[in-house]
Design a protein around this ligand. Structure first.
Ligand code: CP
Ligand code: NVA
Length: 305
């Protein structure tokens, strides 16, 4: 069987997404009971980070350790990657040592090139275009809070960034309703939107109130993503009116949950009161990165029936 990669949500079929989520829930429950499963004994994950990370790095490292394997954190400054060794060479070299590679970088093309030259599975740990592991973990969280993954209504408020793009792909695969409220010029990427052209379950509006009305899940993310720091002042101005505050949350369903992939900028995309409020599930979301990484790693390295 040829190796599989996870570079964007649609790299997994609908059934594979559901199986990975189900397996993550099972592994979570087993961990809670103290019954550790170690399907990755002797396996190694290399992790290349061209951008900062707390959750992705720690969850992948702990996931590998708890499943019996190890991980290697490769910082560009301390490897030949930072001195310009070609991606295609690094991919072929690492493939001879490790069983999977996770990459966080800027260009989606870089992870795609890496995957083309790698003979082991490659996982996108965030690029400018996608954040697929995040959204799989978020789907697990939504399910845990009683949301139906096929019929829930998700309102994404803010920047049509990597996280939003991955939400669009998840809606394409599962068919739930997704309303994105983005300022003009900040919609999800056209290449991703072309997937859902003509589909009624994904809509874009300029009005956060319209998106959030009747929602089961309210989701937001930073207005300035990593790599866009030079645009921060302009973005702060453009995104006025797109803050998830108590007033906006009151338009959603009574049992709606509020999600944020973190890190959050309180007072910008979300208020202190909402992120610390009773609807917020942001720390369950962060925890679920660990459980979903385990299921993703196991699927890619060992396969599932
Ligand atoms: N949500 C997320 O990916 O967080 P990190 O940047 O800390 O990995
Ligand atoms: N959109 C954010 C997500 C961080 C996890 C960024 O790319 O910086």
């Amino acid at each position: 069987m040829s190796k599989r990669d996870f570079l964007r949500v649609v790299d997994f079929s609908r059934d594979e997404i559901l199986k990975v989520i189900e397996r993550a829930a099972q592994l979570k429950e087993k961990t809670r009971r103290g019954e550790m499963e170690c399907p990755l004994i002797g396996k190694t994950l290399a992790m290349i980070f061209q951008k900062s990370s707390t959750r992705t790095r720690v969850s992948f490292e702990v996931a590998m350790y708890q499943m019996g394997g190890i991980s290697l954190f490769l910082s560009p400054q301390d490897t030949q990657i930072g001195r310009g060794e070609p991606v295609k060479d690094t991919a072929r070299v690492l493939s001879r040592y490790v069983d999977a590679v996770m990459i966080r970088t800027y260009e989606q093309e870089e992870v795609e090139e890496f995957a083309r030259y790698s003979s082991v599975p490659v996982i996108n740990g965030l690029t400018d275009l996608h954040h697929p592991c995040q959204i799989l973990g978020d789907l697990l969280t939504a399910k845990e809070f009683g949301k139906d993954l096929f019929s829930m209504k998700v309102a994404f408020v803010g920047d049509g960034n990597n996280v939003a793009n991955s939400w669009v792909e998840a809606a394409f695969r599962l068919g739930f309703e997704l309303s994105l409220a983005c300022p003009e010029g900040y919609d999800p990427h056209p290449q991703v939107l072309s997937l859902v052209e003509g589909k009624e379950n994904v809509r874009i509006t300029r009005d956060p109130r319209e998106a959030v009305t009747g929602a089961d899940v309210i989701y937001t993310d930073v207005w300035t993503s990593m790599g866009q720091e030079g645009e921060a002042d302009e973005r702060l101005r453009v995104f006025q009116g797109f803050t998830v505050d108590d007033d906006l949350v009151s338009l959603a369903r009574e049992d709606a949950i509020v999600m944020h992939c973190l890190p959050a900028h309180r007072g910008e995309e979300i208020t202190e009161s909402v992120i610390e409020g009773e609807r917020s599930v942001v720390f369950d979301q962060a925890e679920n990165r660990l459980h979903i990484q385990k299921a993703i790693l196991e699927f890619l390295i060992k396969g599932i029936d």
